[in-house]
Design a protein. Structure first.
Length: 355
C-alpha cells in the first residue's frame, strides 16, 4: 500500500464545508479517519487521498478544487522542508533535497529536474508512481499548486515559470490557469510539471530570509509551550529527521544558540544531542514497525538514513534483531502491493517560450 502524510489533506474539511459539502461523509467513503487529516505524524493510503480529493470536487461541483486546496496549504504540509532548503547552496540543490524529502512525505511522489535540449531551460517533473490508469486531475493540480508555493518560497512571490504542464484536459477556462500559475499552460501533457529557466535553478540561497522565517515559524509552532530544552530538541529533531537536516547546527539555530552552548545545556540535563537523535529514531522505528506497513526503504528515509543498511544495523543495536524480524515479531505485515510507475521515456518537447 502506498502512503502519504495526513497533511496532504490539510484544510480539506474547512474547504469542503465552505463549498457546501460534508467532509466527514467524503472522508468516510474514502476510508480516511477524520483525526488523520492534517496530521503530519500519521499516514493515509495515497489512493484514499486521491479518492477524497476527486470526490470532493464532484460532490461540491467545484472544478478547481485541487487548485483551491493548494492555496490553503503551505510548505508546512511537507514538514520542515524549509530547514533543508536553507542548507542548500542553490535552488537546484534545494530541489534535490526536496526530492529526497518527498520520499519520506510519500514514496509515491517523485520530483526530477531534466535539462532541455535548448540548454537554457529545464523541466521539473512531478510524478505519481501509481497505476497509470488512475485518473486524478484534481490531485495533480493540488500537487502543482503546492509546488508553486515552493517556487515562491525559494525564488520570491513574484516568480513565474515559463510553462506549466498538466496531463489532462482543462477543467476550467484556460485563462484561469494562466492567472493561477502565472505561466503558459500545456494540457494533455505526458507528465505534470514546469518548464523553468535553467539559470533560475542556479540562484544562490545563502540569504533566503523567507525560507529562514518559514522554518523558524514552523518549528515554533511544533515546539511544546514551556517545554524544557531536552523535550524541545526532541520535538524539533523528530520533525527534521526525514529532511536530513537534523544536525546540531540547524537545531541550535532554532534556539538562537551557538551549537556548543546547546551541547552544554543538554549536558546539564545529563544527555547529548547524539543520544537524543538516536532515542528519537529508536522510538519512531518501534512505532512504525509495530503499527504500520511502511516499507523499510521508506522507514530508512523517515529516520534520516541515507541507506537501508544503516537502519538494519541500528535496529540490531536497539532491538537485537533486524527491522523485518522485529516487525514480524511485534508489528503488522509489510505491504507487498505492486506499483506501476507512471514514468516517461523522455521529457516533453515544448516550444521555446519567450521571456
Amino acid at each position: 500500500m502506498s502512503l502519504v502524510r495526513g497533511t496532504a489533506l490539510a484544510n480539506y474539511p474547512s474547504l469542503v464545508t465552505e463549498l457546501g459539502g460534508d467532509p466527514a461523509t467524503l472522508l468516510c467513503a474514502a476510508g480516511i479517519r477524520e483525526q488523520d487529516v492534517g496530521n503530519y505524524d500519521t499516514f493515509v493510503p495515497f489512493q484514499a487521498a486521491i479518492h477524497a480529493t476527486e470526490s470532493a470536487a464532484e460532490a461540491t461541483a467545484t472544478k478547481d478544487f485541487g487548485r483551491r486546496l493548494a492555496q490553503r496549504q503551505g510548505i508546512e504540509i511537507l514538514g520542515p522542508v524549509g530547514a533543508a532548503a536553507r542548507t542548500a547552496a542553490t535552488v537546484a540543490d534545494a530541489l534535490a533535497i526536496f526530492n529526497t524529502f518527498m520520499g519520506a512525505y510519500s514514496p509515491v511522489i517523485s520530483i526530477n529536474v531534466t535539462p532541455l535540449p535548448n540548454g537554457t531551460q529545464s523541466f521539473l517533473a512531478i510524478e505519481f508512481l501509481i497505476d497509470e490508469t488512475t485518473r486524478c486531475p484534481q490531485t495533480t493540480e493540488l500537487a502543482l499548486g503546492v509546488s508553486l508555493g515552493v517556487f515562491h518560497l525559494l525564488l520570491g512571490a513574484d516568480y513565474r515559470a515559463l510553462a506549466v504542464h498538466l496531463p489532462h484536459d482543462p477543467l476550467t477556462p484556460k485563462a484561469d490557469y494562466v492567472r493561477y500559475f502565472g505561466a503558459r499552460p500545456h494540457f494533455a501533457a505526458r507528465v505534470a510539471g514546469y518548464t523553468v529557466r535553467t539559470a533560475d535553478l542556479g540562484r544562490a540561497l545563502h540569504h533566503d530570509d523567507v525560507a529562514h522565517r518559514a522554518i523558524v515559524d514552523y518549528l515554533s509552532k511544533i515546539t511544546p509551550v514551556d517545554a524544557g530544552v531536552v523535550e524541545s530538541v526532541r520535538t524539533i529533531v523528530r520533525q527534521l529527521l526525514p529532511t536530513g537536516a537534523a544536525t546540531l547546527d540547524v537545531v541550535a539555530e532554532q534556539f538562537h544558540l551557538h551549537p556548543k552552548t546547546l551541547q552544554r545545556r543538554l549536558a546539564d540535563a545529563e544527555t547529548t544531542f547524539a543520544a537524543l537523535v538516536d532515542q528519537v529514531r529508536k522510538e519512531a522505528a518501534d512505532r512504525y514497525l509495530r503499527n504500520t506497513g511502511i516499507s523499510l526503504t521508506h522507514l530508512a528515509r523517515e529516520l534520516g538514513y541515507a541507506e537501508q543498511s544503516v537502519l538494519t544495523r541500528s535496529c540490531k543495536r536497539w532491538f537485537g534483531t533486524g527491522p523485518a524480524a522485529y516487525r514480524n515479531k511485534t508489528g503488522v505485515p509489510a505491504s507487498h502491493g505492486r506499483l506501476t510507475v507512471r514514468r516517461l521515456a523522455q521529457v516533453p518537447s515544448v516550444p521555446s517560450p519567450s521571456g
